[in-house]
Design a protein around this ligand. Sequence first.
Ligand code: SF4
Length: 98
Amino acid sequence: MKPIVKQRVEDKLYQNRYLVDSGRPHIKILNRLFPSSNLVALTQVCPAKCYQLNDRGQVTIVSDGCLECGTCRVLCEPEDEISWNHPRGGFGVLFKFG
Ligand code: SF4
C-alpha cells in the first residue's frame, strides 16, 4: 500500500514557475484611492496573494505569481475596478504537475 503524502497548498504552489513580463502587468487596479469591499476581499481570496493592503488602506497588486484563476476578474471587472488581460504569449504561470 502506498503511503499517503500530505502536502500544504503553499508547497504545491511553489512547484509552479512564473515568467514575468517586466513592465507589462496583466492586471491593473483602476481605482486605488477608494477601494471597494470587493477589492479589499481580494486580499483574502486571491490564492496567490497578489493583492495586499498597504499601510494607507489602499489595495495594491503585484501580478507576478498570478495563477490566472480569474477570481479577481469575476469579482471586480464588471464594476470596472480592475483591468484584467491574459499575459502575453510565453509569459505568466507555468504549471508543474506532480
Ligand atoms: S487571477 Fe486569481 S491568482 Fe491571479 S490575481 Fe486574480 S485572484 Fe489572484
